[in-house]
Design a protein around this ligand. Sequence first.
Ligand code: SF4
Length: 210
Amino acid sequence: MNEISKMRSAVMMAADRFGRHVDYLRISLTDRCNLRCIYCMPAEGVVCKAHDEILSFEEIERFAVIAVQEGISKIRLTGGEPLVRKGVVKLVSRLRRIPGLEAIALTTNGTLLAQYARDLKTAGLTRVNISLDSLDPAVYARITRGGRLQDALAGIKAALKVGFDPIKLNVVVVRSLEQDLLGFAKLSIDYPLHVRFIEPDLIIRVQEIR
Ligand code: SF4
C-alpha cells in the first residue's frame, strides 16, 4: 500500500462506534509548548519528537486533501502549542484553498496570538479556542508555571479585534486553586466570548498543586 492509499484508508476508517461518519479532524502540529501547565506536563517539559518524526506541512496538506475528499469538512489545528511551530499562517492559507473544507479552527494558549491573529484571519482561519485558566496573574503563572497573563489577554484582545467569532475560552477548573470563575462568566457577558469550564480530574497531580 503506497503512502496516499494508507492516508486514504486511515480517513475512511473515521467513524465512531455507532458507525457514524466523522467530519471533523484534529491535527497536532507540534508536541512543543511555551507553557508548562501543571495538569499537562512536568516542570522540566517532555522529550520532544525529532523533526523527522512529525508530519511536515506538505504531508499535513496532502493528508488534509484526502481527508476532505473522504468527507472531513472541519479541521482543528492543535499542539502542544501550535503557534510555536514556524509557518502556521502559511499552512492555514494552504489548507483554506482545499475545496470542500468549510472550517479551520485553532486551539491555542493565546500567548502568541497577538502576534499572529490578523495574519491568521487573513489566511482563512475561521475559529479560535483559547485556553485560559485564571484571570489573576499570580494564579495564571502558577498554573502555567511561569506564563504571563498579560500575553494571553493580549492574544484574546487581538482575536476579538480582527473579528474571530466565535472565540471560545477553555477554562480548566483546578479545585485547589482559587480561580475567579465568576470573572470568566462576566467576561462572557462583556465580550462575545464563549466560556467553557473543563474539569481535568484524573490528570491533575494533586500533590503538585497544593
Ligand atoms: S498550554 Fe496547553 S499544551 Fe501547553 S502546557 Fe498548557 S495545556 Fe499543555
